[in-house]
Design a protein around this ligand. Structure first.
Ligand code: IPD
Ligand code: CA
Length: 279
């Protein structure tokens, strides 16, 4: 049977390539930085321009589809996941890296139907790595199949997370205590590459074994979640329970055993939901 979403996925790869080119060109000039929720929540004119480019290109081809885009939501658009075909877009995942020229900067796009992820595309545009995954068809980097490490032993694992300043001192202390608890297992190491989508693709490629995070968004997770699960990995809630795309929490791992082991070392703190206003 023909794949009903193949044309969408092909268009997604094309638009991610175009977006990546715009981002690389922008890095040649001065990057003016603005702030969103805090002094460390950065945004640039390029984030906004790239999101407009992606949405207008997709809308021109698929005018009835729905969208959730990071910069549109920042400007007041709703962030509700419906059953409709929906494109979930992070125009630049790793804006802080982009601002500093640190080389993990990605365009992350996922596509859902009836709230299920159908495909994901993550273009790590400085590295020029195009990660793609269609449900049931495997995961690829620049067209070559990728798979997870298969690591089950936490004490032999390389773990990724992101370390962000939190205004709420209790949450900040809990985040640091979680880091300490995982380092003390001990694991081989913890790394913080700075782009959630790239983090998931690193686990998908076997270069790292797990990634955990509380406080990210659906647009940070969706593309990488597609790539990771198609590469043989698992995406779970931070508690070790089922993953919820709008929950702002995840453990992504090479194996369920590794994810569950890490979950036992992570204290949960409140992060709200992406769809909090509408559900
Ligand atoms: C950020 C990145 C980063 C994570 C932040 C996210 P953005 O996304 O994924 O790794 O630590 O929590 O907000 O803002 O660069 O799209
Ligand atoms: Ca972003």
């Amino acid at each position: 049977m023909d794949d009903p979403w193949q044309e969408c996925m092909e268009h997604c790869v094309e638009v991610a390539k175009q977006a990546g080119k715009v981002i690389r060109e922008a890095l040649q000039g001065d990057v003016a930085v603005m702030h969103k929720s805090s002094q460390v929540d950065l945004v640039t004119e390029t984030d906004q321009r790239v999101e407009r480019l992606i949405i207008s290109s997709i809308k021109a081809k698929f005018p009835t589809h729905s969208f959730i885009g990071e910069e549109s939501v920042a400007a007041g658009a709703p962030s509700i996941l419906s059953d409709e075909p929906t494109w979930i877009i992070d125009p630049i995942d790793g804006t802080t890296n982009f601002v500093h020229g640190f080389p993990f900067v990605s365009v992350s796009i996922g596509f859902t139907v009836k709230k299920e992820i159908e495909f994901g595309v993550v273009y790590s545009c400085i590295e020029d790595k195009m990660y793609t995954a269609r449900k049931g068809k495997g995961a690829f980097c620049n067209g070559l199949p990728i798979k997870v490490s298969g690591q089950e032993d936490v004490s032999r694992s390389l773990v990724l997370t992101e370390v962000n300043f939190k205004k709420d001192t209790q949450r900040f202390d809990m985040m640091l205590a979680n880091l300490r608890s995982i380092l003390a297992i001990p694991v081989h190491g913890i790394r913080s590459p700075g782009s959630a989508a790239v983090n998931m693709c690193l686990v998908a490629s076997g270069a790292a074994d797990a990634y955990y995070h509380q406080g990210i968004h659906c647009w940070d997770m969706v593309g990488g979640a597609a790539v990771l699960t198609e590469a043989g990995g698992v995406v779970l809630d931070i508690s070790g329970g089922p993953f919820d795309l709008m929950s702002r929490r995840l453990i992504a791992a090479s194996t369920p055993a590794l994810a569950r082991h890490l979950a036992g070392h992570i204290a949960e703190f409140h992060v709200g939901r992406d769809d909090a206003d509408g559900s």
